[in-house]
Design a binder for this molecule. Structure first.
Ligand code: GH3
Ligand code: MG
Ligand code: MG
Ligand code: MG
Length: 324
């Protein structure tokens, strides 16, 4: 699974990745009206930090939003522009929400520094900038940002893994449990149709028996791929367990859902699956039970129950069938 490695990064990876620890240089953007300030600050920087410069606050804002920077220094010396407004704009934009901001202010500018900190500025520097302090404050912000970025990515990937089936990459049952109710309520409230199909591979035990568990896994993966290929982006496709799959189709009534199911059934039966390294061709068939939401009086449990009963009918009456 693509997400497995990144999600398993340890605390050491997170902490060891700060600026100045042999990693990529950090790009920092200075927004200040005077080129002189830029040259002064750049000459006082230690290695590991690359300083860019924007003399125009609007241009600076857009460059910060384009990404690639790990910290931005906003100077209070910006004619015609409120530097604090610029800071709060950076804070409110998705692209720059987590970008550290350091306010560069004059010694007697306490009210503005305090206001900046209230607005979410991360730190401040006071002119004239002392070289060690400059590097220390920048390094702290860059290290914190790198740590937070990795932590955020790791949390997002853990969440994704918790709702993803590792074998097929489809959503898992937990995801379905969380989302079907929402999709159902939305459909009922908008008086839109909603259909569900439960798909079960026929005689799957015998595929395992003939080709081993790995061969069976190949079939499940390939089936998931074909299922995904045949459904729309708004359909919710999940591996319910074992060799059973559930597809939720918003904006789809019963007759259309049955047509979709029939198309998939025919495609699966028509095109053999290639199993194992030698690529043995195996014909696989599926049975499908379809049900549709019946408005206010209906609920998710009975919707699934009806699809399951239809599936049972399909199995009982000979398999390789769709029952609605
Ligand atoms: P039917 O047509 O009645 O559905 O027959 P079946 O053999 O498909 O039915 P059954 O539900 O009895 O068997 C399903 C088999 O699927 C049993 C189980 O070993 C196998 N299975 C469940 N999960 C996996 C998996 O992740 N990989 C593999 N290879 N097999 C699995
Ligand atoms: Mg079964
Ligand atoms: Mg089966
Ligand atoms: Mg089954």
């Amino acid at each position: 699974l693509r997400t497995a490695t990144a999600a398993s990064i340890g605390l050491e990876d997170l902490l060891g990745n700060g600026a100045g620890s042999g990693q990529d240089p950090a790009k920092v953007l200075l927004i200040d009206a005077r080129k002189q300030t830029f040259e002064k600050i750049r000459s006082r920087l230690k290695g590991g930090i690359e300083l860019d410069f924007a003399s125009d606050p609007n241009a600076g804002f857009f460059r910060a939003a384009e990404g690639g920077y790990e910290c931005v220094i906003v100077s209070t010396a910006l004619p015609d522009v409120d530097p604090l407004r610029l800071c709060s704009q950076l804070r409110s934009l998705d692209r720059t929400r987590f970008l550290p901001i350091i306010l560069l202010a004059d010694r007697d500018d306490d009210p503005r520094i305090i206001r900046g900190l209230e607005l979410g500025v991360n730190d401040f520097l006071v002119r004239p900038v002392e070289p060690h302090e400059l590097t220390a404050r920048l390094t702290t912000q860059i290290r914190r940002k790198r740590y937070n970025d990795r932590l955020r990515a790791s949390v997002a990937q853990s969440i994704e893994m918790a709702v993803t089936d590792a074998l097929t990459g489809l959503h898992n049952r937990r995801y379905l449990d969380n989302h079907l109710q929402t999709l159902f309520e939305r459909a009922v409230a908008r008086r839109r149709p909603l259909s569900v199909m439960i798909v079960d591979l026929d005689r799957f035990k015998s595929i395992n028996d003939r080709f081993g568990h790995d061969g069976g896994d190949d079939v499940l993966r390939e089936f998931a791929r074909r299922l995904r290929q045949n459904m729309r982006g708004i359909d919710l496709i999940c591996r319910f367990g074992g060799e059973e799959f559930v597809v939720v189709m918003p904006d789809t009534d019963g007759p259309v859902a049955e047509k979709v199911a029939e198309r998939i059934r025919a495609e699966i039966a028509r095109t053999p699956f290639m199993i194992g390294k030698e690529g043995q061709a195996v014909t696989v068939t599926i049975s499908v039970g379809v049900s549709s939401a019946r408005g206010q009086a209906d609920d998710v449990r009975s919707l699934l129950k009806r699809a399951d009963m239809a599936l049972y009918e399909a199995k009982k009456s000979g398999r390789n069938k769709v029952v609605g």
